[in-house]
Design a protein around this ligand. Structure first.
Ligand code: 3H9
Length: 670
């Protein structure tokens, strides 16, 4: 097998080049090649300096994650980077694309770093439940200071080359298109400079105030995760210990995290997210339909949020409403949202104007005739949706994709009202649609493969994580929500309180529990609107106008700042229902809440897979991570069930009398 590493001589400079697509991950062959090339440079008396650069779209984007958990082949990355740093001839990293993780650590071990202005540097290991384990936590603070090292390691977001240059992480920004030539010229300039600057030999002073402030500031973000604290601890060690001892600490922490379930879960999600984009029976090279102009029907919260995704990606949107007032309100909300983003400095005023300039609000339904994709986002009524699709069928150009944002309804029934069911697909966005990353792409019985492929590709362009779902009530996410809600309501009748059930869910790592979620979404959603018909606790709340946060009263009472407190009135309502139904009230344990609200979700996920309504278990996990805030360190419901042990989950379900999915009982979930 040919090595992914080659060398080229440019006079006294040896250029070491990696060519390991797609992202130059530092797999065994790359490490072996780099080791050999550095040795070659050190041994050759005519070499005075070395440059390391990568072919393709990026500098090394990290260790090869697929090797984790397998026996490590020599040389291990920590050894390799130490060897690079120990070279008695200066080594220059020439960075383009993203120098991430182990890639950033290779750059930190080099004596100098030059970068293209568009490059980014980062240590995203924390997002995989890890820390930079090849000296990164020890070299980074020594070069860039404690503050930036904490930001980069514990949060994991990459920084632009310019910021890296300001912090001393990059010695020189070079030409965007002349990286190699400029790096060679730079190497010539420093080839004789002595002493050779070695990051590990530098010192960095402790800064306990900065560490305390950073930890406090990010406590919410880090809640439940093991890796951020480990990253912080390593950076602190860099200020207290000599390099050799600091890396030992780093190594031990890295191994501890690597063996833990959190990192396994986070690595699972890294690959699950990428896998979700692939459709088993649709070839990757399927010819896509061009989407140059999108139409959205409905300028409410959902329609507005959906439109923003496309506007932000530079795709014009025609948005249609029935009344001028609703149209103006919708367009106004979109502008307000963009302006709020601009006020936070995350958008330039001219970008706001460019996005708004690409929005065409209209009352004329026929204006959708020339759109390439039309997304219906009106309220959940099959009759209304059928009428809309009949009209779309009559006016839309041939080949246009007709999508519904329905959260529950049967796409096939909607498609059947048209003469082109192959062009009909579900695009289920999650609220707020401009923020939430998940898109469920609902594949109807007759949806054409190129329609699916086009929508999946488009999802990537608008920075969504798309998952294919089959036609089933509630698709993947909402269908799994239903058994949870049913059990949560039963638990109330048996003695649990909304506070207890929500607390268990939050302690598990969910952003909120089932009743907090009801209050946020609106207790009145799906309500029959007849205050005299009170069949359950929810009806009783809705009848009293306790519609949730918007009314400052739902399952909880809310103050003006939307802070919840347990509601005595709700306790009364629950008590009243318990009495009327004659249910025996008992103490409910937190464990029972987990078994009865979370295990049934896993069970439903297994049924969805058995019925072929999701392609793979990891897709179900992606839905829950990106659509509902399932804690990523638990890897999604299906990964969680596996890591807990299917036997334990089955036993819990059996104990409470649930009908258990066969694949869960057999442990054959895929
Ligand atoms: C680390 O470095 C540990 C060290 O500190 C210590 C060691 C001792 N390995 O994302 P894309 C695959 S931990 C293996 O779609 P983009 C990916 O699965 C690592 N494979 O492209 C996909 O495969 P497929 C720290 C990897 O342009 C394909 O490449 N580094 C790796 O949207 C294309 O990926 C990170 O965490 C990898 N490291 O984004 C960086 N990276 O086509 C992780 C990617 O079969 N990577 N693949 O589905 C990224 O963030 C993005 O891939 C990147 C490109 C921004 C680079």
């Amino acid at each position: 097998m040919t090595s992914p590493i080659r060398t080229e001589r440019h006079g006294e400079v040896l250029v070491i080049i990696s060519d390991n697509p797609p992202v130059n991950a530092l797999g065994a062959a790359v490490r072996q090649g780099l080791e050999a090339a550095i040795k070659e440079g050190v041994a050759d008396a005519s070499v005075e300096a070395m440059v390391i650069r990568c072919d393709g779209r990026t500098f090394f984007a990290g260790a090869d994650i697929t090797e984790f958990g397998k026996p490590m082949q020599e040389p291990a990355l920590p050894m390799l980077v130490d060897m690079i740093e120990a070279s008695d001839k200066p080594v220059v990293a020439a960075i383009h694309g993203t120098a991430l993780g182990g890639g950033c650590e290779v750059a930190l071990a080099c004596h100098y770093r030059v970068a293209a202005p568009s490059a980014k540097l980062g240590t995203p290991e924390v997002k995989l439940g890890l820390l930079p384990g090849a000296g990164g936590t020890q070299r980074l603070p020594r070069i860039a200071g404690v503050g930036l090292a904490l930001e980069m390691t514990a949060k994991g977001d990459p920084i632009p080359a310019r910021k890296a240059a300001d912090a001393g992480l990059v010695d020189k920004l070079v030409g965007e298109d002349s990286l190699e030539a400029d790096a060679i010229a730079f190497a010539r300039g420093i080839k004789a400079a002595r002493p050779i600057p070695r990051a590990s030999q530098r010192e960095v002073r402790p800064d306990p105030d900065a560490v305390a402030a950073f930890t406090k500031e990010n406590s919410r973000r880090f809640r439940g995760f093991d890796a951020p604290a480990a990253n912080i601890a390593c950076v602190v060690k860099a200020t207290e210990l000599p390099y050799a001892e600091g890396v030992q600490f780093e190594r031990a922490e890295f191994m501890r995290l690597m063996m833990g379930v959190q990192s396994a879960a986070q690595r699972h999600i890294f690959f699950a997210e990428r896998q979700a984009a692939k459709i088993d029976d649709v070839p990757a090279d399927t010819q896509l339909r061009p989407i140059r102009h999108v139409g959205v029907i409905g300028a409410g919260t959902m329609g507005g949020g959906i439109s923003m995704n496309f506007l932000s990606a530079g795709i014009p949107v025609t948005i249609v409403e029935m009344a001028q007032e609703a149209l103006d309100r919708g367009a106004g909300t979109i502008r307000k949202n963009y302006e709020a983003t601009a006020a936070k400095g995350r958008m330039k005023p001219e970008q706001v104007e460019a996005a708004m300039g690409a929005l065409i609000p209209t009352l004329d339904f026929d204006a959708l005739a020339e759109c390439d994709l039309i997304i219906e986002a009106v309220y959940e009524s099959m009759d209304v949706k059928k009428e809309i699709f009949t009209r779309l069928d009559a006016i839309c150009k041939p080949g246009a994709i007709l999508a519904s944002n329905t959260s529950y309804l049967d796409i096939d029934e909607i498609a059947a009202t048209t003469k082109r069911p192959e062009d009909v697909v579900g695009m289920h966005f999650f609220s707020p649609a401009n923020v939430m990353k998940l898109l469920e792409v609902v594949r109807g019985a007759r949806t054409a493969p190129d329609v699916l492929a086009t929508v999946m590709d488009l999802a990537k362009k608008i920075r969504k994580v798309a998952v294919v779902a089959g036609v089933t009530y509630g698709f993947i996410g909402n269908r799994m929500l239903m058994p949870r809600q049913v059990e949560a309501n039963k638990l109330l009748m048996e003695g649990a309180t909304p506070e207890q059930i929500d607390r268990v869910h939050v302690a598990f790592g969910m952003p909120m529990g089932p009743f907090q979620m009801s209050d946020l979404a609106g207790v009145d959603i799906g309500w029959h609107r007849d205050p005299s018909r009170i069949e359950n606790i929810r009806d009783a709340l809705a009848a009293e106008g306790r519609w949730g946060q918007k009314k400052q009263a739902g399952f909880y009472d809310y103050d003006e700042k939307r802070q919840p407190t347990p509601s005595p009135r709700v306790a009364e309502i629950i008590e009243d229902f318990r009495r009327k139904s004659g249910s025996t009230v008992r103490e409910i344990s937190d464990e029972e809440i987990v078994e009865r609200t979370l295990y049934p979700m896993v069970n439903e996920g297994a049924l969805i897979l058995e019925e072929g309504k999701a392609q793979r278990a990891s897709d179900v996990d992606v839905v829950w991570i990106y659509g509902y805030g399932w804690p990523v360190y638990r890897g999604g419901p299906m990964f969680w069930a596996k890591s807990e042990g299917y036997d334990k989950v089955v036993a819990g379900l059996d104990k409470h009398g649930f009908k258990v999915a066969q694949s869960l009982r057999d442990g054959t979930i895929r």
